[in-house]
Design a protein around this ligand. Sequence first.
Ligand SMILES: Cc1cc2nc3c(=O)[nH]c(=O)nc-3n(C[C@H](O)[C@H](O)[C@H](O)COP(=O)(O)OP(=O)(O)OC[C@H]3O[C@@H](n4cnc5c(N)ncnc54)[C@H](O)[C@@H]3O)c2cc1C
Length: 494
Amino acid sequence: MVNEYDVIVIGGGNAAFCAALAARESGASVLVLECAPAAERGGNSRFTAGAMRVAYNGADDLTQLMPDLTGEDKANTDFGAYPADQFFDDLCRVTEYRTDTQLAETLVSRSFETILWMSTKGIRFAPIYGRQAFKIDGKFKFWGGLTVEAWGGGPGLIDALYAAGERNGIEVRYESRALGLIHDDGGVQGVGVREQGRTVFVAARSVVLASGGFEANAEWRTRYLGPGWDLAKVRGTRFNTGDGIRMALEIGAMPYGNWSGCHAVGWDRNAPEFGDLSVGDGFQKHSYPFGIMVNGRGQRFVDEGADFRNYTYAKYGRAVLEQPGQFAWQIFDQKAAHLLRDEYRIKRVSKVSADTLEELAGKLEDVDAKGFLKEVRTYNASVRTEVPFNPNVKDGRATHGLAINKSNWANTIDTPPFEGYAITCGITFTFGGLRIDENCAVINTDGVPIRGLYAAGELVGGLFYFNYPGGTGLMSGSVFGRIAGTSAGRAAHG
Ligand SMILES: Cc1cc2nc3c(=O)[nH]c(=O)nc-3n(C[C@H](O)[C@H](O)[C@H](O)COP(=O)(O)OP(=O)(O)OC[C@H]3O[C@@H](n4cnc5c(N)ncnc54)[C@H](O)[C@@H]3O)c2cc1C
C-alpha cells in the first residue's frame, strides 16, 4: 500500500469530497481518510435532506444548475430570487452580526459558482418542493431563500460524491481514524492513522481537515457548550468527536468562533442516542410555527412564529434543552395538520391524538394537565383572528398580551382531532472551531498560517454564532472545501 500522497483529506463528508475533488484538479494524488466503516460513510452530510442555500438571481440561474427543470415546472413555480446581498444579510442577522464578514462574503459570493462546479462533477440538484414551498392559487411559491437540494437528499449527495471521487482517481480508506498530525518546523508532514486496529504513518505534502465538529463527544459538549449538553441527542453521525480540531490545536492552531454555541433542534424525544441512517433527518419536528410548544408545566416558552422556521429552528433545540426534564410537546389542531412536514408522518414518531383538549392533556406524558389547559385557553383568547393566516409570508397574525407572544401564524387551537408530538433537544453540529485565512489555511496562535494545513466544513469557526440560516452547512463545506482542496493541491503539486 502506498503511504505517501500529495494531499490527505481527513473526513468523508461533503467538505472532504469537495476538497478532494478540487485537489485532484491540480493533479495532486489524494487520499481520503474516513474513520467510519463503508456502511456508515459520509458523516453528517449523509444525514441531511441535502438542502443547500445558494444565492441566485432568478429562474434562469436555476435552469443552469438544474437542466432537468421542465417548462411545466417553470410555469407552475414562482422561484423568486435570492440575491447575494440577501443571503449575506440573513447570515449577519441570524448570527446577531457576529459572523466573520470575510468568511461570510466568501461563502455567499462563491455559493453559486461552487454549486455549478459540483454539477460539473456529476452532482445533480432539484428544487425542494416538499419542504420549502407552499402551493398558493395552483402555483408553488418558495418562501425562505432555500430552493435547491441535492438529488436523493444527503444519501444521494454522498453517493454522487464518492462516485465522482472514484472517477477522478481519489483513494478512500475506511475505518481509518486520523490520530494526530506529524509536524515539524517545515510544517505538516503527514498523519498518524489507526487503520483497522493498526497504527501507521502516512506522509503528505498537505493535509485538509474536514472531520466535522465535536457534537458526538459528550465530554466536549459539556466542557464547551455547558452543563446539560451531555443529555442532548446527536442527530447525525457518531464519528464527529472533534478529532480534527484537537489535532490542529495540538500543533498550535488558533481556536475561533462560538465555542459555546451549536446548531440544535427539536428532535423526537424517543430517538436513539445518535442518528439512525434509516430515518435520516425524520426525527426532527420543524412545523412548530403552525402550532404551539409547551413544557412540562404546560407552558409556552418561545415565540414559535418569530420568523420563518429556517431562521429559528437551529436555536430552539437549546430552548427545549433548558426546559425541566429537557423535553417539550408540539401541539396542533386540524387547521394546521395539513401543513405539517413529512417528518410528522414517519413510523417512529412519538405522537398522541385526542378529540378534546381535556383528553389530549391527559395523554401528554410528564405534562401538568391543568397548567396545559389554562395555557391553551389563554393563548386562544389572545389570537388576533381578524388578521388573515398565510404560511408563505410573515403574516403578522399574532397574539397580544401574553408574556411570550407568538408573532406570526397564530391560530387558535380548537379544531379536533388534536395532535401532540414529544420532542427533546437534538444537536446537529458545533459552531466553534479553527481559524482559517482566505486560502483555507489553518492559522496558528501567532496569526500565521500553519504550512501544509487546511480546513473546511463544520470544524471551521467564525461563521455561525447563536443561530444559523438553514442549508448553509453543506454550502459552507462545499465553498471552503473547494478552496481548501485547491490550495492544498497547489501547495503540494503546483
Ligand atoms: C439530521 C441532519 C440534517 C441536516 N440537514 C442539513 C441540510 O439539509 N442542509 C445543510 O446545509 N446542512 C444540514 N445539516 C448540517 C450538515 O450536515 C453539516 O453542516 C455538513 O454536512 C457538514 O459537512 P462536513 O463535511 O464538514 O462534516 P461531515 O459530513 O460530518 O463529515 C465529517 C467526516 O469526518 C469523519 N471523521 C471524523 N473524525 C475523523 C477522524 N479522526 N479520522 C477520519 N475521519 C474522521 C466522519 O466520519 C465524517 O465522515 C444537517 C445535519 C444533520 C445531522
